[in-house]
Structure formats: structure tokens, C-alpha cells
Design a protein around this ligand. Sequence first.
Ligand code: S3P
Length: 164
Amino acid sequence: MDLILIGFMGSGKSTISQLLGQRLALPVTDLDQVIVDTAAQSIEQIFAEQGEVGFRQLEAQALAQQLDRPGILATGGGVPTQAPNRELLKRHPAPVVLLEIDPETAYDRVKADEHRPIAKNLDLAELAALKLERQAHYQNCADLIINANQTPTAIVAEILAHYH
Ligand code: S3P
């Protein structure tokens, strides 16, 4: 990969990866989509049938498999919570960019989408607590932290200013 996006659910990884792919004329890979395609099941079905442990195994395999391909990678919000994933991200030469979002904004976005098993039953305070719990892991693998409480155009411009 040429650039890897990490960040909490609802931080805009998918949107920003698409815009970066267009600007840089690079292919875009969404890790959740790779998992869904490989398992031929939705994220919700995987969680329902294999639990979070099963999902994390598929996710780790997908990450290892995708890292050496060219392009922009949008990861799932839980990727940096797993130590082996963090090691892979830190060792990889591509910049790892953390999209940092307010919990309120993340909550509004995630609430509007019912396809996130981890967030489904959480209220704002619980989601904010989960984000806080994960924060050190995100920061631990990030080469660059971007304030994602801006327009997509501004976010992309800030990332490109660092790397191009
Ligand atoms: C998860 C985030 C999701 C998806 C899965 C678990 C998490 O991706 O991988 O539902 O643990 O934060 P998004 O960050 O794209 O929502």
C-alpha cells in the first residue's frame, strides 16, 4: 500500500480513501469489503456466526494479504486494537494516517448506519468511552494525525500537503 488510513468508526476513512485514490490515481481498497468478499458474508453475519474473535481473525488475514498491494487502504476501526496488526502497520513503509474525529460526529454518523455490530447498541457516552479506550492504539501506529472534523476537501488537502 502507498497510504493507509486508520481511525475510529465514522471518522471518514472510506470517503477520504476514495478522494485520495482519485487525486493520486491509485486504486482504493476497503478492508471491510475485502473481508465481506472473502467470507461471502456481511460484517453483521460474520459477527453473528463467528463472533468478534472470528471477525478479528478474518480481518488480520485480510490486512496481511493486502498490505503489499499498491494503493490507498481504508482499514476498519478495530484494526489497531490488535497487537499483531499494529506491528504490521508500524513495520510497513507506507504512511499510516489517523483520522481524528469528535465522538459526537462519529456517533451521529454511526447511528445513521445500522451495519456496525460494535456500535449498534452503544449510546454516545459508551461510544466515546470505546474511542478513548482505543485511542492509545490508534496513536501508537499513526505517522500522521489529521483533524477529521473538517470538510473532506480540507482533510485531503492536509494529507497531500504532508506527502506530495
Ligand atoms: C469495527 C469497525 C468497522 C468494522 C467492524 C468493526 C470496529 O469498520 O470493521 O464493524 O471494531 O471499530 P468502520 O471503522 O469502517 O466502521
